[in-house]
Design a protein around this ligand. Sequence first.
Ligand code: BT5
Length: 247
Amino acid sequence: EAVEYGLDAPFEVEYHDSVPSTNARARDLAASGAEDVVVLADEQTGGRGRLDREWSSPSGGVWLSLLFRPDVPMAQAPAFTLAAAVAATRAAREVGVDAGIKWPNDVLVESDGDERKLVGILTEMEGEADRTSWIIVGIGVNANVGPEDLPAEANPTSLSAELGAPVDRRVFTQRLLELFEELRQDPEAAVAEWREYATTLGKRVRVETPNGVVEGEAVDVEFPGGLVVDTGDERVTVSAGDCDHLR
Ligand code: BT5
């Protein structure tokens, strides 16, 4: 299925039929000084998740990376991951898929306690504490891909599987980029909006952080993206980690 990606985006768009990883390509572009570029591919042959996990990226998805250079301290960069999750969730809802966000970066479709992953987001950045050189937000949307083409153990879903028909990827991608463009102007507002779509808040969670496991009730998210967990004894803010919903 070929795509006409004549996008009218607030970013320059570099389109590939097939590329190892749009994030890797965006890193090369960052090294050569580019900014406000979107790398978009129909297929990735070496798509990556966090912690170097594999991201399955068959033809028919929306695999893209946004490269930009925001004028913020590096510590605020996580807010852009949350902004991307909000943009993807809103774009999915606009085509009729009832998506929600699991902290920090998974966009899921939930039904009867079953969580199916629709979108994954991988943010990379470089800079110094007080100055961000670049941020790359990689967004992988299972758009028109059959679940049989995705790793079953990940319990994935796609827009086409949820809707029973393919989406117009050009229209969907255009909307996703427009929404992200709007949200990235005001990261604090994006984090506030994240709460509206969160499936994590109010749940019991188990978060594996680089400093150990935190378990308790997820009560809030605070700028630039930390999850506030009430362990029963205290409130802990975790800024990174893998989060499981425990019911
Ligand atoms: C993520 O990692 O969810 C971030 C994925 C980011 C992908 C985008 S695509 C464009 C850009 N270019 C790249 O190379 N990457 C970005 P993480 O939370 O670590 O989740 C990875 C896990 O999700 C894997 O270990 C699998 O279990 C599962 N998984 C892999 N492919 C999947 C898919 N297409 N749909 C749903 N789950 C998947």
